[in-house]
Design a binder for this molecule. Structure first.
Ligand code: 2IT
Length: 447
């Protein structure tokens, strides 16, 4: 790390010492930028690092709502509008009890580089609330979403900031938020993505993040003359990203032997395939948040309570649940058991220890900001279709998604090579994502 990079990072660590997740994301990115800031003195002269780590704007608000018993409830909510150098703020909304400003700053910061990597004109943002949708009735979720949007609507717009889903926010929540936005703004616009198919949504958006993860893994393997075909795969989570990844892994001839939930993981030696993939959607819709249900439903499936799937011997691991779901110990176990490919579906799936180990051992490791960009990329395609007032077919969207993932893979490989770190997707993704945003910031002056 050079002196400019470490000065900015140290200042950040002092100023925001309690923001653990944000500091972790910032350290991972800034650490990789040393080669480019050394080669290009203009970034230091324009204080690009000092500027890029501060959100352009953060909105914080309370969300009052009434539960089914008639009791008043209060949650905290945020929208971090991190960077708009290359397009309107774009990024999901997360409803999860562990959401804090630090969580959303980490996610918004990652989103800047991820969105840049897609090649589409999207800035970085993220929002959310500590509301827990599990166990809530439809009516409660609707009232919460409406109250949330009653404040958020004045800060967003199709050319300003375009939110989408994330953990705890799927089609149902996007629907309730869109309805309230439309009512308040008196406008039918593409202000959110992940919309329903009958009212402006894009085909393949629900599958896109998981499909993209597997397309990316396939490209990485291809660069070594290999493929996903016949690979034994561990996937974590059972939500939207996992579901898409399981589906595409099966399409490409791999065998997925695990999925997981907050209660533990299941090992399915016969593979998560066919009707079992559909059951993942049922588990999600049940709101129970228990993957043990899968082991009870299907024969020959083992349930491992309180454990993560990384102890299973596999060729490929696809963490698709939540940040920091793979730590140094998990990484060691995976490597010891012969895993050679780790491709992140969740944002910042791996702790810094785990990342360090993957990079040192030179396995095929892709950070989420590159490999999970298919979701936001397809959101970008949804925005294009909304602007045109036309829709593409499933095949057209899927082909564009695949090409975008191939493009991101190539950008990572090329940038890593150009700066002397061949095969390092962490440095490749960070440099390639940063360069475009940083140059736009330089060209747009001190704003
Ligand atoms: O983390 C992510 O990239 C998302 N949750 C998707 C964001 C989006 O705007 O589609």
């Amino acid at each position: 790390m050079n002196s400019y990079v470490s000065a900015v990072l140290n200042d950040l660590k002092t100023r925001y010492h309690w923001e653990k997740e944000f500091l972790q994301a910032a350290e991972e990115v800034l650490d990789s930028l040393t080669p480019i800031v050394e080669r290009e003195p203009k970034y230091k002269a324009h204080k690009i690092l000092e500027r890029i780590v501060e959100p352009e704007r953060t909105v914080m608000f309370r969300v009052p709502w009434m539960d089914d018993k008639g009791e008043f409830q209060i949650n905290r909510a945020y929208r971090v509008q991190f960077n708009s150098a290359i397009g309107p703020y774009k990024g999901g909304i997360r409803f999860h009890p562990n959401v804090t400003l630090s969580t959303l700053k980490f996610l918004g910061f990652e989103q800047i580089f991820k969105n840049s990597l897609t090649g589409l004109p999207m800035g970085g943002g993220k929002g959310g609330s500590d509301f827990n949708p599990n166990g809530k009735s439809d009516g409660e979720v609707m009232r919460f979403c409406q109250s949330f949007m009653t404040e958020l609507f004045r800060h967003i717009g199709p050319d300003t900031d375009v939110p989408a889903g994330d953990i705890g926010v799927g089609g149902r929540e996007v629907g309730y938020m869109f309805g309230q936005y439309k009512r308040l703004a008196n406008e039918f616009t593409g202000v959110l993505t992940g919309k329903g198919l009958n009212w402006g949504g894009s085909l393949v958006r629900p599958e896109a993040t998981g499909f993209g993860v597997v397309y990316f893994a396939e490209e990485m393997l291809k660069s070594k003359g290999d493929s996903m075909k016949g690979k034994k795969v561990a996937i974590s989570g059972f939500g939207n990203v996992s579901w898409g990844a399981v589906t595409k892994a099966n399409d490409l001839g791999a065998k997925v032997v695990t999925i997981s939930g907050p209660d533990g993981y299941v090992y399915d030696k016969d593979g998560v395939s066919g009707e079992k993939i559909g059951y993942m959607l049922e588990m999600r819709a049940s709101g129970r948040d228990k993957v043990e249900d899968y082991a009870k439903k299907f024969k020959g499936v083992e349930f491992h309570a309180g454990k993560r799937p990384w102890e299973v011997a596999v060729d490929v691991a696809l963490p698709c649940a939540i940040q920091n779901e793979m730590d140094g110990k998990d990484a060691e176990t995976l490597l010891k058991n012969g895993c050679k490919v780790v491709v992140e579906g969740s944002n910042m799936s791996s702790t810094l220890d785990a990342v360090k180990l993957f990079v040192e051992k030179k396995i095929l490791y892709a950070p989420g900001k590159a490999s999970n960009a298919g979701g936001v990329a397809t959101s970008g395609l949804e925005m294009s279709q909304n602007s045109m007032r036309l829709g593409w077919t499933r095949e057209e969207v899927d082909q564009k998604l695949r090409n975008i993932m191939i493009g991101i893979h190539n950008s990572c490989v090329t940038a890593a090579k150009e700066y002397g770190f061949e095969g390092n997707y962490v440095i490749g993704a960070n440099i390639a994502g940063f360069k475009k945003v940083a140059n736009a910031m330089v060209e747009q002056g001190l704003v």
